[in-house]
Design a protein around this ligand. Structure first.
Ligand code: ADP
Ligand code: MG
Length: 262
């Protein structure tokens, strides 16, 4: 209804704003980062001649810190660009199972405790249409949140299925048995810049980015959560009906003809 429409409009205007800021910011960051490289090169040339070893070591150390902070800032702006829909996308047919396998290999183990990962993938999963890098990002944001919610260990389940019914849909589920969310947190979780994590951890764009990506692919993202029990993120993506291959041109027909594709 009206509330839904307003939320979507709000999301879109925030996304536009974030994307615009990120674009300009990213250019500046690239300048800062390239100058850290220039300083290192100058230090290589200058060492021994005009600088004491101690002095050049100290400068290299400081330059490293600038570079490190700059790269982290670049990761933020990269996320803002994705969220803002400013990234160039290339939709192709994608096997979500392959993306799941890739991401599972990268699951970070929290410092305390261990996370047990179980994966249940449909063998005949329909291909979905989307940008591989973006879908990878959408899914890894869900997995990162799940792992972060299980700081003392737990179980992470990822499952894919074809949804039975008239609509051709693929369902991907990410379940954790971590902290869960209060109803108020659950309500705002997908809002851009909403976070309950300490300042400096991230801009609170994980779920907003996943939502943006899923929406762009014509899908849906639904969260279910119970405080103290855990959270499930449901991702639904449409599986395009594969068009039959175009009829082969009749023998002798010219190779290039204008055709109306229906
Ligand atoms: P961030 O992770 O940077 O805080 P997100 O957009 O990824 O930003 O998530 C927003 C908020 O939603 C989190 O701060 C957290 O409160 C809540 N949240 C998201 N996923 C989970 C989860 N799996 N378990 C518990 N809380 C979650
Ligand atoms: Mg997150």
């Amino acid at each position: 209804g009206e509330a839904r429409r307003q939320a979507t409009a709000r999301f879109d205007s925030l996304a536009r704003l974030a994307g615009g800021v990120a674009h300009d910011f990213n250019n500046l960051l690239n300048i800062i980062l390239s100058f850290t490289d220039f300083i290192d090169e100058s230090l290589d040339d200058a060492t021994g001649a005009v600088l004491t070893q101690d002095c050049s070591d100290a400068m290299r150390h400081d330059v490293d810190r600038i570079r490190h902070a700059g790269r982290r800032a670049a990761e933020f702006t990269h996320q803002l660009l994705t969220f803002g829909g400013k990234e160039v996308i290339k939709p192709v047919l994608v096997d979500l199972n392959a993306i799941v396998r890739e991401i599972v290999d990268l699951v970070p183990t929290p410092v305390a405790g261990t996370v047990t990962v179980t994966v249940d993938l449909a063998t005949d999963l329909q291909a979905v249409k989307g940008d591989v890098a973006q879908l990878r990002q959408a899914l890894s944001n869900l997995v990162i949140n799940a792992v972060e919610a299980m700081a003392t260990g737990g179980t992470l389940e990822i499952a894919t299925t074809n949804v039975a019914g008239t609509e051709r849909l693929v369902h991907l589920r990410v379940t954790d048995n971590g902290t869960g969310m209060s109803p108020a947190t659950l309500d705002q979780a997908m809002e851009p810049f909403f976070t309950t994590k300490p300042k400096g951890t991230g801009p609170g764009l994980g779920l907003a980015t996943s939502y943006g990506i899923v929406r762009q692919s014509g899908g849906r993202l639904v969260l279910e959560s119970e405080p103290g029990r855990g959270t499930t993120a449901h991702l639904y993506l449409p599986a395009p009906r594969l068009a039959a291959s175009p009829p082969a041109p009749a023998a002798g027909a010219p190779g290039t003809t204008d055709r109306t594709v229906l």
